[in-house]
Write a protein that binds this ligand. Structure first.
Ligand code: GLP
Length: 261
């Protein structure tokens, strides 16, 4: 796991966009795993800028999102379909049908979860999976206690996650309690992972994820087993790291050919 600490979330978001842009430039038909939440929004805005001002093309890129609410119409502003359309998809030159999210309105949920796994495989697997993390260490909607080898499936949200995601629904009671999420096993098959975390609310989860024991109690800690996981933090999210100075030294001394900036 490579931990990179930037002075603030703006600089971290810009670097995250550079990392994704490099993947797309190296492989025009890259398969990107995408995430929702507030954390990746500045990164998405920078990708849109790179597309509009620098000609970064996504016309052969394929995307798979991590998760979606069960029973929420894709047109609902709180649905991850709507969020992705608003902040990213409508601004890029992605082909129709190139973007995929779990189908929260499927009549046969287990069948549609299996189909989602099959379409990731049929696309050749995910080149880079973008991730955020919950304050309790959850990845996508894999809440604490999730199987470390889980696949795409239905999950029930914890009270903490319901509260954290309530803003677009106005009322806590209106937040769907069930979701479909890629599993931890699904995420671990991505060829690289890029996790972003900002703010003091994430500091403990980041410490547990990177420096604690690998445990289903902190689902993010499974990334300690990933061969290529990059964790991009602002100073606040890095504030509980015990080896912070070491991570800063590693980044400052990186050979030029490994750098993105
Ligand atoms: C939700 C999403 C996660 C995201 C997390 C953190 O639970 N399913 O993918 O990482 O929220 O969200 P935020 O970035 O808003 O802190």
């Amino acid at each position: 796991m490579e931990l990179i600490v930037k002075p603030d979330r703006v600089k971290a978001g810009l670097l995250g966009a550079k990392i994704i842009a490099q993947v797309v430039r190296e492989r025009a038909d890259a398969v990107l795993g995408l995430a929702t939440g507030s954390t990746p929004l500045s990164l998405y805005a920078e990708l849109v800028r790179m597309h509009c001002e620098e000609g970064l093309s996504f016309k052969n890129v394929v995307t798979f999102n991590l998760d979606e609410y069960v029973g929420l119409d894709p047109s609902h502003p709180g649905s991850f379909h709507a969020v992705m359309e608003k902040h990213l998809f409508q601004h890029l030159d992605l082909r129709p049908g190139a973007t995929h999210l779990p189908d929260g309105c499927a009549a046969d949920i287990p069948g549609s979860c299996e189909a989602y796994e099959r379409s990731i495989k049929a696309a050749g697997g995910i080149d880079l999976q973008l991730l955020g993390i919950g304050g309790d260490g959850h990845l996508a909607f894999n809440e604490p206690g999730s199987s470390l080898s889980s696949r795409t499936r239905i999950k029930t949200l914890t009270g903490e996650t319901l509260r954290a995601n309530s803003a677009p629904f106005g009322d806590l009671d209106k937040v769907p309690k069930h979701v479909i999420t890629m599993g931890l096993g699904t995420i671990m098959e991505a060829r690289s992972c890029l996790l972003l975390a900002f703010g003091t609310d994430k500091a403990e989860a980041i410490h547990e994820m990177a420096e604690g024991a690998v445990s289903a109690s902190c689902p993010g800690s499974i990334l300690q087993f990933h061969q290529k996981a990059i964790v991009l933090l602002d100073e606040e999210a890095a504030s509980r790291l015990q080896r912070k100075q070491y991570y800063l030294d590693v980044y400052a001394g990186k050979p030029e050919w490994q750098c993105w900036e």
